[in-house]
Design a protein around this ligand. Sequence first.
Ligand SMILES: C[S@@+](CC[C@H](N)C(=O)[O-])C[C@H]1O[C@@H](n2cnc3c(N)ncnc32)[C@H](O)[C@@H]1O
Length: 266
Amino acid sequence: MDSTHPGHGRYGQDLFDAGHPGEAERIDDAALVYDPVTTHRLRALGAGPGLRCLEVGAGTGTVARWLLREADVAEVVAVDRDTGALAAEPRLRVVTANLTDDTLDLGTFDLIHARFVLMHLRERRHLVSRLVSLLNPGGRILLGDAAELPDAHDTSSSSAYRRTMDAMWEALRTTIGTDITGVPAYPHFLREEGLTDVAAELYCPPLLPGGPLARFWSQTWQRMRPELTATGRVDAATVDEALDYLSSPHLAELGPGLLMAWGRRR
Ligand SMILES: C[S@@+](CC[C@H](N)C(=O)[O-])C[C@H]1O[C@@H](n2cnc3c(N)ncnc32)[C@H](O)[C@@H]1O
């Protein structure tokens, strides 16, 4: 495959098969770290009784369950191409569907949330328009995806950690079309869609040796090992060194963060 072009593969098909025995745990490890900031922001955006909500690419359903159990919203529609990890819950409607299917009719919503989904889909800009079009007047949307700050010092560019992380983003791009370079533009996308009260924030959680985030990256790199080495940026020994580093007391990195952007339909 031409490594300069986004790949034609798909999340869940060409990478991160939902049937893999460790996939739900991998997603849950990230959710453990990010759910507190996501739910804090959803609460600030008015998540509460009476709202009809859409959880896009719901994964294992941690946010959908929070909306129902803690925020006490009226209903959550959870859509994902793989819904095997979504347990039944009162007022939860599970929809197994491909988001890129333009014929998908989900209804309209007071609150829409998508985290770590759009960055994996080549149609992300079009999908932002489509999701905004599903908002009721006064409805709010929260988009969250990964963002990386530049490394702190020059030598880090040659570290096993940095080379493996860079190889991962490149492998994701050339395999399934993942792109995080456009994530900081999300607030602009929401303005272009005519939304008001648009703002954004970035949360970079601590990357602690053996902690949930380190486990998440470790699982991700182990699952992507063939794709990582195929980029030519890393060999197997470098990936091993980066994996060891994630659980070592020497770990000292600012890991990728969650950029959240939100807005309200007039
Ligand atoms: C990285 S996981 C994030 C899960 C969840 N949003 C979270 O933050 O915990 C990405 C999710 O998006 C789903 N997904 C990926 N591509 C999709 C598509 N084209 N249509 C529907 N769901 C998709 C995957 O099945 C997976 O559950």
